[in-house]
Design a protein around this ligand. Structure first.
Ligand code: DGL
Length: 293
């Protein structure tokens, strides 16, 4: 399946408790777009969401930092009793999925840009991709293009500044619209008819993209595919929760103060939930903050 990193290891030892929560993690608020799809597809599952907003954006970080944070947060979620993990971040998936899969004792799903579905639907054979610079330069993304681009031309644009805007809950300011327009105009001028959202923050900009591009771009967002992959994974490991769907809200955690997360969840997901502040130290963040022992 394109857009979703296959995740079942034959010898993986799954946690045995189907009523345990699923952990979902992103560098910040973008993974909430994945959480929305998971809630719609798997309403019986309990969810813990961690936003590493203190350290976002990952797209401006070095590779070792991203691996370090992904491992630390994955291990923290295992410690909280997560039965499976969704790495709801293209950038973290691109840099660290193989290592995290090897080291964590629970099954996991990662996410990558929907190159294959875009190549399948583009009529003009010109496709735009918006993603972080780290994702676009990763070997994993380059290999996706090699395998699935076919005769399509992919115009790959790093979305500098877009993650920061969403982290501030800015999805429509004039400055954001101007930035987005500067990224989309060259794609439209080149006759692109399809746009891959290669970062989980960007689905929150879909209205802004529509305002700029109208119906000229078909938008490829893989959150629903990720939710379905999670469902298959839970089935394979006999971990699907069979309890009646509850009204319980996800447990929201943030390494920052959580205020933007609360606002975005309330305004875009209609989830009025408190956000817990959590400290998740890791090798690199300890080095950056020498006063913490
Ligand atoms: N949501 C993350 C992604 O999908 C954003 C990465 C970042 O923090 O730059 O790549």
């Amino acid at each position: 399946m394109s857009g979703v990193v296959p995740s079942v290891k034959p010898n993986e030892r799954a946690a045995s408790d189907a009523s345990a929560p699923v952990g979902i993690f992103d560098s910040g608020l973008g993974g909430l777009s994945v959480l929305r799809a998971v809630r719609a597809t798997l309403p019986r599952e309990r969810l813990i969401y961690v936003a590493d907003s203190l350290h976002a954006p990952y797209g401006e970080r070095d590779d070792d930092f991203i691996v370090d944070r992904t491992m630390a947060i994955g291990a923290w979620l295992v410690g909280q009793g997560a039965k499976a993990l969704v790495v709801a971040c293209n950038t973290a998936t691109a840099q660290s999925i193989a290592l995290v899969r090897e080291r964590l004792p629970i099954p996991l799903v990662g996410v990558e840009p929907g190159v294959k579905p875009a190549a399948a639907i583009s009529a003009t054979r010109v496709v735009g991709v918006l993603a972080t610079a780290v994702t676009l330069r990763s070997a994993r993304f380059q290999s996706l293009l090699e395998r699935h681009a076919g005769d399509c031309r992919f115009i790959c644009q790093p979305g500098h500044g877009l993650v920061q805007a969403v982290e501030r809950c800015d999805t429509s300011s004039p400055a954001l619209m101007a930035l987005l327009e500067s990224y989309l105009t060259p794609m439209l001028d080149a006759n692109a008819d399809t746009l891959v959202l290669g970062c989980t923050h960007y689905p929150f900009l879909d209205r802004a993209i529509r305002d700029i591009a109208g119906e000229r771009l078909k938008i490829v967002d893989t959150s629903v595919a990720i939710a379905r992959q999670l469902e298959r994974l839970l089935d394979v490991h006999a971990l699907k929760n069979s309890a009646e769907p509850s009204d319980a809200l996800p447990r929201f955690c943030s390494t920052a103060d959580g205020e933007s997360q609360r606002q975005l969840a309330a305004s875009l997901l209609q989830l009025d939930a408190r956000v817990e502040h959590v400290d998740i130290p890791s090798r690199r963040t300890r080095l950056a903050e020498p006063h913490i022992v």
